[in-house]
Design a protein around this ligand. Structure first.
Ligand code: NAD
Length: 525
């Protein structure tokens, strides 16, 4: 097809690094949107490039820079498919999802390798990302044979009362780049099992992994129009989806700032809105902790995914009695981490996602250096030579002697930077832990069960760990956070079904007469 396509200049991962040679560019694959069961180019013909953050000369693919016109077509396709899909019995819908799970298993290694190429995190972690999508698919598909409602006694005699779930309608799913298959699956699978149809708008930095997921849906035989995919930028395609009056529900994961915009647009048109947003998570290390274990947890939590997890351990609050010992060991171990291309099995820490992220993270390193009293104990530099010359690499960075109200201890950095904060007591540590605007994940290292339960009770977060890092959620438990992290919903577990279905209360009166609840007396004789 000789359709003219022009590349948009705005592509964060392409904003730095050398352009690929013209022969390399000629081989770059072009991907399409998936609308109504067809793979189609954006109506405008515009596209953007997705580059490897470990080496920006490596262009992963060209993806449609969709506009409101594409979104409208996708919503129309989802609307048209809704009645047939909601009338398909839930156990039958689930059968297709089990098939999807098998396809994901078969392709796990390829999907993980492609995810590392577009997103940067090390292969072990991208394998985990795909595995999470598999787990979510199997677990949630099982709900096709449950989707429990409940029965309850009615106030009046010869009257039956029950509650059933009904689907919501067309759902818009907007996802971030750091878990590019797991997070879309957390939304897509429960939406489908509940009988909804969807339009997904993946993050502009990692569309390929979501394309892989949707392609697998097609292969599993999910009917045309039930799943639609529209790639593009947040302020065009994303916004059009949020504003669309036929999209009954928006499920959003991303930054708190974007979440606020999404929420207020949804409020204007009475759309349902579920938000999963930022975090500033804490590990508390008590004086009775197994220090080596706590160091393992801190390293994994702070530098896994290069610190780009909503649950990253970006604050380590350490009891003063073990503070020196902990900080010394942590810094030694952080210095030894190998930063490089995530596809190299020897790499511990991959690149960060794009040039904007480098700018933001290095900005926070400067902020930390300017804070009175805080000490950069290791890292803090961008790596730009040799194997790092063409990617977005930052050294694992530890700030020590940090105070709880410093900006680096309050704001989400979303990079390989963590802060060690001394504390005198458990109560002080809990106060520091709760003293941020976010409320996603917290953990404590202690051998004292009383302290562990006390902290579990007092930390106002959606997730809490004992003797484990702040990361490591499993799909059959609810996931989400308090305060600026969320708006009261939970993904995963069976709790996610409350996002993607609405309750209908049903009263069946078989008395054969008018019975007025709250008015008619019941005769006890
Ligand atoms: P982001 O808010 O920049 O983007 C998220 C998504 O929203 C992207 O698909 C983007 O295109 C879209 N978007 C941007 N502007 C929009 C608009 N005006 N209308 C509609 N959509 C719009 O976030 P990000 O940089 O992709 O992700 C990082 C953030 O996500 C971090 O804050 C992290 O903590 C958070 N996150 C939270 C969770 C969680 O479960 N709580 C999980 C992963 C990531």
């Amino acid at each position: 097809m000789a359709q003219a396509r022009k590349a948009l200049s705005k592509s964060a991962k392409r904003s730095q690094g050398r352009a690929p040679s013209s022969s390399a560019r000629a081989q770059v694959k072009t991907f399409h949107n998936y609308i109504g069961g067809e793979w189609v180019a954006s109506v405008s013909g515009e596209w953007f490039e997705n580059a490897n953050p470990a080496d920006t000369r490596d262009v992963v693919g060209r993806f449609p820079a969709s506009t409101a016109t594409d979104v409208n077509r996708a919503v129309e396709a989802a609307r048209a498919a809704f009645d047939r899909w909601r009338h398909t019995p839930a156990p039958r819908r689930a059968e297709l999802l089990f098939r999807l799970g098998e396809i994901l298993i078969r392709n796990k290694d390829r999907f993980a390798a492609e995810m590392t190429r577009e997103m940067g995190k090390v292969l072990k972690e991208t394998g985990g990302d795909v595995q999470e999508a598999i787990d979510c698919t199997y677990y949630t598909a099982g709900e096709g044979r449950r989707l429990h409602g409940f029965t309850t006694p009615a106030e009046m005699p010869n009257k039956f009362a029950m509650c059933v779930r009904q689907p919501v309608g067309v759902c818009g799913l907007i996802t971030p780049w750091n878990f590019p298959m797991a997070i879309p699956s957390w939304k897509l699978i429960p939406a489908l099992v509940c009988g909804n149809t969807v339009v997904i708008k993946p993050a502009e930095d990692t569309p390929l992994s979501t394309f892989n997921l949707v392609k697998a849906c097609e292969e599993a035989g999910i009917p045309a129009g039930v799943v639609n995919l529209v790639a593009g930028y947040g302020d065009t395609a994303g916004r059009a989806l949020v504003e669309h009056r036929d999209v009954r529900l928006i499920s959003f994961t991303g930054s708190t700032e974007t979440g606020r915009i999404v929420a207020s647009t949804c409020a204007d048109r009475n759309a349902i809105c579920s938000l999963e947003m930022g975090g500033k998570n804490v590990i508390i290390v008590m004086d009775d902790a197994d220090i080596d274990l706590a160091i393992e947890g801190a390293l994994w939590g702070a530098f896994g995914t290069s610190g780009q997890r909503c649950t990253a351990s970006s604050r380590l609050v350490v009891h003063k009695k073990v503070y020196k010992q902990f900080t010394k060991k942590l810094v030694e171990r952080a210095r030894a981490l190998r930063v490089g291309d995530g596809s190299d099995p020897n790499t511990d820490v991959g690149p960060v996602i794009n040039a904007d992220a480098v700018h933001k993270i290095m900005g926070y390193v400067e902020v930390g250096e300017r804070e009175d009293g805080a000490r950069r104990a290791c890292g803090g530099k961008r790596l730009e030579k040799g194997e790092h010359a063409h990617g977005y690499f930052i050294e694992p960075t530890v700030f020590a002697d940090v105070e709880a109200d410093m900006r680096i201890a309050q704001e989400e950095i979303f990079g390989p930077v963590t802060c060690v904060i001394p504390a005198d007591s458990l109560e002080e540590a809990i106060g520091i832990g709760n003293g941020v605007r976010y409320g996603l994940s917290a953990s404590i290292y202690t051998r004292d069960v009383n302290r562990a339960f006390h902290a579990m009770n007092e930390m106002y977060t959606g997730i809490f760990y004992v003797n484990s890092s702040t990361i490591g959620a499993e799909v059959h438990l609810p996931f989400g956070g308090t305060k600026a992290t969320g708006n009261g919903h939970r993904e995963a577990g069976t709790q996610v079904l409350d996002i993607f279905s609405e309750w209908k209360s049903v009263y069946v009166d078989y008395s054969g007469k008018l019975q007025r609840a709250q008015i008619d007396e019941v005769n006890f004789e």
